[in-house]
Write a protein that binds this ligand. Structure first.
Ligand code: NAD
Length: 441
């Protein structure tokens, strides 16, 4: 620990002396090969606990702190992390205490979406490396700010699109990039589920254990209602981003990776709250299609059905790739290759891929995304989902929602995804922030 502090002091004085930190990027020098990284997990109700347990399993780090505005969730996570790593993390309600803790190297953010970029930016400014869940931002403005903050403060920032670190998707992408189906020009992505209605929320006092003001943070204030927290905030524009960014991000990220495309030239979308229309408060679409075109020769489409599980495929999540010589259908348990006459050639199953896995931390598990992040923080390799790539995938989904909400087709500058000549859509590029909570870098 002595050497670690010394290095931090050095970084601080290097920074004050105007010495660039570029040479130190993502290369935290450990005092010894056995020294563990200290991480904090912020937002622990559901996804955060899974990530905290994962961190606790990884020998190169330990969970020093967990943070949640709702104290009701602390005990379960403290206990489950302690069971894995043999030591209980401390629990704090206000994440700013985490950012002040000089002993913490990295934060994992699994809060609701409206917090992702503002919190990640504050963490970066406090010198932390960041693993931020998808979608990395609530709107394009703060997505761009987050990318700029990671560059400005030279921090390692990974988005939680874990398929980027799965051996199955990596092998499929290698096959596609090696031309197994010729030139890939179209990806059809989909998600379907049977989410129930969420009812009409009753305005009431927030539970005593919940700091609802801090839960709202950068979002304009509303009264507490009993059907938004936990989880159902996903379906309200003030905090959530709908299924398009919730599950669309994962699939569109895979598609963009396969097609080797960055920013789109055109985005369209249609949909609405169709399935349970008028039966609850849910604002975002439960039925939606989006298309993103890239120049004259490539396209990605997404179909999201939050409340209708039927799918002609095996799984509610997947991507179908079409190329000049055939097609591939990807689902999380494997991918199947077809020739150009739609004859099935072979299926590569995730079980076989897992059996070949050389990952010793999580043998057989497909999600090695956290290990990838921690290795990059320790200076041991490239990120699989760096924030600038994450932003590109999230931006496509944001533009889809903006096209839907403005009822326009959006034309974009392919250099950066900026909107061309469309004031109605442009008005949604950023959001109103609660006074004092505007993200800045
Ligand atoms: N990568 C994946 O496959 C995957 C899977 C599930 C969820 N997620 C993402 O993880 C995030 C969390 O999802 P969830 O289902 O766990 O949501 P959730 O609502 O169940 O949990 C969010 C937690 O964050 C806490 N929180 C809110 N504001 C906070 C603050 N300022 N400081 C500390 N804690 C705060 C809440 O109290 C709650 O406990 C979402 O953005 C979601 O998209 C990703």
């Amino acid at each position: 620990m002595e050497n670690k502090t010394t290095r931090r002091d050095f970084m601080k004085s290097a920074s004050l002396a105007g010495i660039g930190l570029a040479s130190l990027t993502g290369s935290r020098v450990k005092a010894s090969p056995n020294e563990q990284l200290a991480v904090a997990v912020i937002g622990i109700h559901s996804r955060g606990t899974a990530l905290a347990e994962k961190c606790a399993q990884i020998k190169t780090c330990h969970v020093k702190t967990i943070s949640d505005v709702d104290k009701r969730y602390w005990q379960n996570t403290v206990r489950s992390v302690a069971n894995v790593q043999g030591k209980a993390p401390q629990a704090v309600q206000d994440f700013r205490r985490v950012l002040e803790d000089q002993a913490i190297d990295a934060v994992i953010i699994a809060t609701p979406d409206h917090w992702h970029a503002p919190m990640a930016i504050e963490a970066i400014k406090a010198g932390k490396h960041v693993y931020v869940e998808k979608p990395c931002a609530h709107n394009p403005h703060e997505g761009e700010l987050l990318v700029a903050a990671a560059a400005k403060y030279n921090r390692v920032v990974q988005m939680g699109t874990q398929r980027r670190s799965s051996a199955l998707s990596q092998q499929m992408i290698a096959d596609l990039h090696n031309g197994v189906i010729g030139d890939v020009y179209f990806a059809k992505t989909w998600y379907s589920n049977a989410r129930p209605p969420i009812g009409f929320g009753k305005v009431s006092a927030p539970p005593a254990e919940l700091d609802f003001d801090l839960w709202q943070g950068p979002a304009p204030r509303t009264a507490y209602r009993d059907n938004i927290h936990p989880y159902n905030w996903h379906w309200f524009w003030n905090w959530g981003t709908g299924e398009a960014l919730n599950n669309g991000t994962h699939a569109i990220d895979l598609a963009r990776w396969a097609l080797k495309v960055d920013f789109p030239t055109q985005v369209t979308s249609s949909g609405g709250r169709f399935h349970y229309k008028g039966l609850d408060d849910w604002q975002c679409p439960d039925t939606q299609t989006m298309t993103a075109q890239f120049g004259d020769d490539k396209m990605i489409a997404w179909e999201g059905l939050s409340c209708n599980k039927f799918t002609p495929e095996k799984s509610g999540f997947g991507v179908r790739f079409h190329g000049t010589q055939g097609a591939i259908v990807f689902q999380d348990d494997g991918y199947t290759l077809y020739d150009k006459n739609a004859r099935e050639i072979k299926t590569i199953g995730s079980k076989e891929i897992r059996a070949q896995s050389t990952n010793t931390v999580d043998p057989g598990v497909q999600d090695t995304h956290m290990e990838n992040f921690l290795q990059a923080v320790s200076g041991g390799g490239q990120l699989n989902a760096p924030i600038d790539e994450g932003h590109k995938s999230v931006l496509i989904c944001q533009l889809g929602n903006m096209a839907l909400r403005s009822r326009t087709a959006i034309l974009c500058d392919p250099k950066n995804g900026h909107i061309l000549n469309n004031p109605a859509a442009q008005a949604l590029w950023t959001r109103d922030y609660a006074p004092g909570w505007e993200p800045t870098i």
